[in-house]
Design a protein around this ligand. Sequence first.
Ligand code: SF4
Length: 292
Amino acid sequence: MEPQPVAFQSSLAVVQDHSRHFSDFTFVYPVISRRSKGLSIGVNVNPDKVCNFDCIYCEVDRRVPGAVTRVDLNQLRDELKAMIAFARDGGLAKEPKFNEVPWLTRQVRDIAFSGDGEPTMITNFDEVVRVVADVKREAGLAAAKIVLITDGAGLDKASVQRGLAIMDAENGEVWGKLDAGTEAYYRLVNRSSIRFERILDNLLETARVRPIIIQSLLMKVHGRAMDGAELDAYCARLGAIAAQGGAIKLVQAYTVARPTPEAFVSRLDKAELESLADTIRTQTGLVVETYD
Ligand code: SF4
């Protein structure tokens, strides 16, 4: 039986540090994640840093171009196998960044598609998922999840749909971004040319097939948190997904954790985040976890 997750302090440096680059690896990186409740192996399928959002809080430095433009499936397979072995054998526990939490480094909680851009923008998402699923199964990591962290824009693409079907059979989970309730606020914080309705439709259709997790980054823009009307609209969007047959198993509400490139973006304090989360719970009846 897999050990149960253990609580750990969010103030630990290794929890704050979500660097997507580790040693000589190109496509995988380890993080200790509160949302994963332990060790998450990130799979960066966008080392080219391509994204169809331009979030005002994004930490990816796009002034420096990415070195790799396409995922090498063989290299990804080798790197993922090596990282899992490195964690299990105790190598990760000895790394300077991870040695303050050695008890968290041996159990892989999840393998997460995340990284320097939007995972659903690659053309062979299904092939990448197949590689990850095969490595996970061969490693005997039945309890570990395969997580897709996505802005939702590409969830309707054929190769993504095929990848999601593979994930569904392998303890998969979709964490979809929703930071706004109105088109205007979406354009302000996510700065995407993709229609807001398409994002909402994609979240709904995905949630109709399997329960999803909604991830919402709540922040201050020019010193102001999301106002009451926007928060009402946001809650109504969640309610509409549920009313139309979509299942949301959890809302992860978090705030800016590290300095953002845009000076007009700042973090909520704990009380502000909890206040917004309480409203979301009350208005939607959903389970909301906060990460300040
Ligand atoms: S979706 Fe993610 S990678 Fe893309 S701009 Fe937003 S925060 Fe950055």
